[in-house]
Structures are given as C-alpha cells and as structure tokens.
Design a protein around this ligand. Structure first.
Ligand code: TYM
Length: 326
C-alpha cells in the first residue's frame, strides 16, 4: 500500500490555504493509502514561543485536523515531539545536508527576513522535515506548492545518505493538488495566504464565522480593469478568487471566469462557497473541543503506531552508518 506522510505546524489555526492546498487532499488519500500526519510542534519552536502555549496549540491543531476530515481510526495522527526518533534522525540528516543547500531554501529566506532572532533551528528546519518523511519510508508527500523545494531537498538528502552508507531511505514524491495548491492572501494577492496573525484581513481562518468570511472576501483586493479573467500574472486578486471558487467546487478557474462579467457576483459566490465548505468543519471542531482527554488518548495511540515504524527506520540508519550499538 502506498505510504503517505505530511505534517502541519501548530502555529495559529488552520487557514483556507492549508485546507485547500493540503488537508483536504489528506482526508481523501487516507482511504486508499497508509497515511501518517504529524502535528509538527518541533518545527513551530524554531521561532520563539510564549511559555506554555505550544501544547495547547498542538492539541487544537490536532482537533482541527480531525474536524477537517482526518479520521484517527483510518490514518495515523500524532504529535511529532512524542516520537523522539524525529529529532534523533534529524541530527543524522543535518550532517548529510550542506550549509549551501540549506541557504538556498526560500522558506528560510522569507522567514529569517521577518525574525529579529534567527535560530539555528530555523536554518536546519529542512533536515527535521526530511527526517519526518524518511522515517516513514513515505512514497508520497501531499503538500501545497510552497513545500516542493523542501521535498526535493529531502530526496537529495536521502540519495546522499544512501550513497554514503548503503540503501537506507526511500525517495519520496511531492503530490500537489491541481486546484488550491497556492491560495494567495486576499489583501496582498502576490503573497501566499499564511497565518492570520500576520495578515488578519487577508487570511480566512477555518473557524471564521460566515460574516467574517463575507467581509474578508468582499474587501479582497482586485484591480481596476473590471474584467473577470483568469490570469495570475496580470490579475492576481481576481485569479485568486477564481482559484478559491474552483477549489471549493469541481470546475477549472478559467472556465468559471466565463460565468462572470463583474467582480461583485464573483465575490458573493466565492464567499458562499467558502462558508458552505467550512460549516461542517466548524461544527465538528466544536464537538471535539468539548472532550480534550479523548483527543489526547487518540494522539497517544497515533504516537505508538508512528513510533513502531520510525524506530525501525532509525535503527536501519544507525546500523548502516555503523554507530556502535549500546
Ligand atoms: P505549514 O504548516 O506551513 O503548512 C501545512 C500545509 O499547508 C500548505 N499550505 C498552503 N497550500 C496552499 N496555499 C497556501 N497559501 C498554503 N499555506 C500552507 C503547505 O504547503 C503544507 O502542505 N514545513 C511544513 C510542515 C512540515 C511537513 C513535514 C510537511 C514539517 N514536516 C513533512 C510535509 C512533510 C510547513 O511549514 O507547512
């Protein structure tokens, strides 16, 4: 059976970009693959956290994944830091990736530019991500477009380790959805949609109520030529709305454009489609929130399933490298 792995950071709540670019795809794939989904808390601590908040955020993100359709009876949902093999394997991979390769990562360049304090962990982050993937012998990594570069690097790291120490890791493939792979910020449509803390009016959170969704989409930046056309370079704002509407339904953005001659109706239909998409997720999230102990129990089951796989792979890596056994 195809093995799938993909993770998400517990920094802020899920937003529409995460959902359309990744999570919705995970929910579909879980039924036909053997899927692992860590909430990657160790990735989130590459930037400073307020004491005590990360645990709460990790629980909340786990509940959001479940609310968004990941079924812990069907796939394996777990917390990255509960499986210590991730950090241990990350070290071996940090020693397999070069300074130059890490320096070329666009996510590092973007993020480090916005931080006052740039941690060493922020720089070596892709080696930890490679460990997340390689520990599970993942065949496929379903992600949004922004993660392609990290998956490419993961393949390079795996190949280098294998050629130095013998066949150890499987080379994974990125799987990026046709629609929704790059949801843009509603206020700055040439930037990708990211956490609402960074851009409150440009980001739709999965928990936004219908009034907030309508307000944000109605005030989305478009352009002044008044023509509804799918052209990402010339018309990023309008194209983003068409992409969102397309991803929420089953039609291609360029084809949808033919149905509209004005921005108002396009915005109204996009808002309506997003509200309908979020409604069941929000209802399920409220239910899950009422029983945090049950979520913790499910996460413990997930961690022990994950650890059984991860420890065998780490053992293989240690043996191939030739570390002295204890
Ligand atoms: P993260 O937490 O930023 O995002 C989680 C997933 O959401 C996708 N995504 C988007 N897709 C479309 N449009 C957007 N605006 C948008 N914003 C985010 C991301 O592509 C991602 O699939 N480094 C990863 C987390 C990670 C990981 C892993 C992923 C750690 N280990 C192993 C895959 C496999 C990250 O920061 O994603």
């Amino acid at each position: 059976m195809t093995r799938v792995l993909s993770g998400i950071q517990p920094s802020g709540d899920l937003h529409l970009g995460n959902y359309l670019g990744a999570i919705r795809n995970w929910a579909k794939l879980q039924h036909t693959t053997d899927a692992f989904h860590p909430v990657v808390d160790l990735h989130a601590v590459t930037v400073p956290q307020k004491p005590g908040e990360i645990g709460e955020a990790t629980l909340r993100m786990s509940q959001m994944l479940m609310a968004a359709g990941l079924d812990p009876q069907v796939c394996t949902i777990f917390v990255q830091s509960h499986v210590h093999e991730h950090s241990e394997c990350a070290w071996l991979l940090e020693c397999t990736v070069s300074f130059g390769e890490l320096s070329r990562m666009t996510q590092f360049k973007d993020k480090s530019g916005r931080q006052e304090f740039v941690s060493a962990g922020l720089f070596t982050y892709p080696a930890l991500q490679a460990a997340d993937i390689l520990l599970y012998d993942a065949d496929e990594v379903p992600v949004g477009d922004d993660q392609r570069q990290h998956i490419e690097l993961t393949r390079d790291i795996a190949e280098r380790f294998n050629s130095r120490y013998g066949q150890t890791f499987k080379l994974p493939e990125a799987v990026v959805p046709a629609a929704g792979a790059r949801v843009m910020d509603l206020q700055h449509p040439t930037n990708k949609m990211s956490k609402s803390l960074d851009s409150p009016r440009g980001t739709i959170d999965l928990l936004d109520d219908p009034a907030a969704v309508t307000r944000k989409i109605k005030s989305a930046v478009t352009d002044s030529d008044g023509e509804v056309r799918y052209d990402v370079a010339a018309k990023p704002g309008v194209s983003n709305l068409l992409s969102i509407l397309a991803a929420a339904g089953d039609r291609a953005p360029a084809e949808l454009a033919d149905d509209y001659s004005m921005y108002g109706p396009l915005k109204a239909d996009t808002a309506e489609a997003v509200i309908e998409l979020l409604r069941p997720v929000q209802a399920r999230f409220r239910e899950l929130q009422a029983d945090p102990a049950e979520t913790s129990r499910l996460l413990a089951v997930g961690a022990s399933k994950a650890q059984a796989v991860a420890s065998a792979t780490l053992q293989r890596a240690r043996a191939n490298l030739g570390l002295l056994t204890a």
